[in-house]
Design a protein around this ligand. Structure first.
Ligand code: NAD
Ligand code: UGA
Length: 440
């Protein structure tokens, strides 16, 4: 089957590579020429090694290629997946201009094609977008009728960065929200080789399932942070508390790791977008307000711990380890490192920062702070350190590195280090929701 993917980003390339692996012929269309070049030479525009390995193989085998001519690509294919970005506007609403631009190209391509194609919305869009924005645009521009001459589905994506390919090949569920039965049947059949429960529904419900999922994950994190903030004040270690609470299958253990808050290109954006969509119907979501407010406060929680150990920050040299929105990726979209570094600087600290992969991206948004070329160099001469992203290499820091600090204080902003190992290596350990355990 010939498959077109519009948008060669995280979702587009994971989708394209997954269908390529399943034996289909894939063409990825993107307006960014450098991205197209990079894909055609088997290189990903971001750090995701297993996905890149497969991409290389597929490009070499001639079963995946990238183009800038979206209309041409659409004309040649049976399925068209729209995977362009839907970033936040300052109001919290999503910007659907990239979706509209892609839809326009698809609509124009449909005008000149005879066969029945299935158009699939994979970008995260607020409920109502597929049926009340995309569908009328496609019908108007193509002069054809949805459900008769072409099909339209909404098929949200649930992958996590860092495990993009694995998550695409083995998802927890596949949601097929179709406007017409025929396109839903065809899309479900395309996904048949992927072993996962298939949920058949309408496009609005599919759109809402995506938001219900991401806002629940965000709620879990803010809940964990709220409990952790209380635990630390009560002199209790939240790790054991949250682990034991999570043993109840009704609660679940995943996504209960406290820290400096959730970042990334989706959780914050999707919470704000759902809140805005609800507001547009006159509904104020107090839950979404609260979980965003908790999230905003977490970097300050980390700084409070730092000040507890090192005193006022004015003039102090503070090492920030990890700039990506989480360990394992080079993505800095909505990383909590930005509010963290901004607040440290507002309090007069001299910040020195390091990240194994995301440093170049971060330098472009915060060019004026000092950067180190390794974690050890970052700690050298520091009056305190704060871990912002859970990179595995930070777990290997020990006496050799901590002894170079002017004041060996480590604030674990992701609860990814072993407190006993840090203390044994001669540094003072503090962490979000941490209190030394008693009576264990
Ligand atoms: P991205 O920014 O990584 O990639 C989007 C790509 O689309 C870019 O390469 C851009 O050049 C291209 N593009 C923009 N307009 C275009 C057009 N008119 N024609 C062709 N190409 C165009 O975005 P992403 O992270 O892959 O996210 C895409 C969507 O998927 C968003 O709605 C996001 O919320 C959702 N999502 C993302 C993830 C994730 O982990 N990143 C996971 C699930 C869902
Ligand atoms: C998230 C969701 O997990 C995916 O299912 C979803 O498809 C995706 O958003 C999306 O819609 O784009 P991702 O952005 O890759 O995936 O990031 P996560 O792994 O969810 O982490 C988000 C943030 O939460 C990170 O800053 C991370 O450090 C933080 N986090 C995560 C915690 O603070 N505690 C946790 O227990 C888990």
């Amino acid at each position: 089957m010939k498959i077109c993917v519009i948008g060669a980003g995280y979702v587009g390339l994971a989708t394209g590579v997954m269908f390529g692996k399943l034996g289909h012929e894939v063409v990825c269309a993107d307006i960014d020429e450098s991205r197209v070049k990079s894909v055609n030479s088997g290189r990903l525009p971001f750090h995701e090694p297993p996905l890149e390995k497969e991409l290389k193989r597929l490009v070499k085998a001639g079963s995946l290629r990238a183009v800038t001519d979206t209309r041409g690509a659409v004309r040649d294919c049976k399925f068209v997946f729209i995977c362009v970005q839907t970033p936040s506007l300052p109001s919290g609403r999503i910007d659907i201009n990239p979706v509209k631009a892609a839809t326009r190209e698809v609509g124009r391509a449909l005008r000149r094609s005879e066969d029945y194609k299935v158009i699939v919305m994979k970008s995260t869009v607020v409920p109502g977008t597929t049926d009340s924005v995309v569908k009328p645009m496609l019908e108007r521009l193509s002069g054809r009728k949805c459900g008769v001459h072409f099909g339209l589905c909404m098929n949200p994506e649930f992958l996590q960065e860092g495990t993009a390919l694995e998550d695409s090949m083995e998802p927890a569920r596949i949601v097929v929200g179709s406007e017409d039965k025929r396109s839903g049947d065809l899309l479900a059949a395309l996904y048949r080789p992927v072993k996962a429960p298939k949920v058949r529904t309408d496009p609005r419900s599919a759109e809402m399932i995506k938001y219900a999922s991401n806002t629940f994950l965000a709620t879990k994190i803010s809940y964990a942070n709220e409990i952790a903030n209380m635990c630390e004040r009560f002199g209790i270690d939240s790790e054991q508390v949250l682990e034991a609470a999570g043993m109840d299958p009704r609660i679940g253990r995943l996504f209960l790791r406290p820290g400096l808050g959730f970042g990334g290109s989706c959780l914050p954006k999707d919470v704000r977008a759902l809140r805005d969509r609800a507001r547009s119907e006159g509904y104020r979501s107090r839950l979404l307000d609260a979980l965003l407010a908790i999230n905003e406060g977490q970097p300050v929680e980390g700084i409070r711990l730092l000040e507890k150990a090192v005193g006022p920050l004015r003039g102090k040299r503070i090492a920030v380890l990890g700039l990506a929105f989480k360990g394992g990726v080079d993505d800095i979209r909505e990383t909590r490192a930005v509010p963290l570094v901004t607040e440290l600087m507002a309090r007069g600290a001299r910040v020195v920062a390091y990240d194994p992969m995301a440093m170049d991206n971060f330098i472009s948004v915060m060019p004026t702070i000092e950067y180190a070329s390794s974690a050890a160099e970052c700690l050298n001469g520091a009056d305190g350190c704060i871990v912002q992203a859970d990179w595995p290499e930070f777990k290997r820091l020990g006496r050799k590195e901590f002894s170079k600090m002017t004041n060996p204080v480590v604030v674990d902003g992701r609860r990814c280090l072993d407190p006993a190992a840090v203390e044994k290596a001669g540094a003072r350990y503090l962490g979000i929701g941490y209190a030394p355990g008693r009576g264990k």
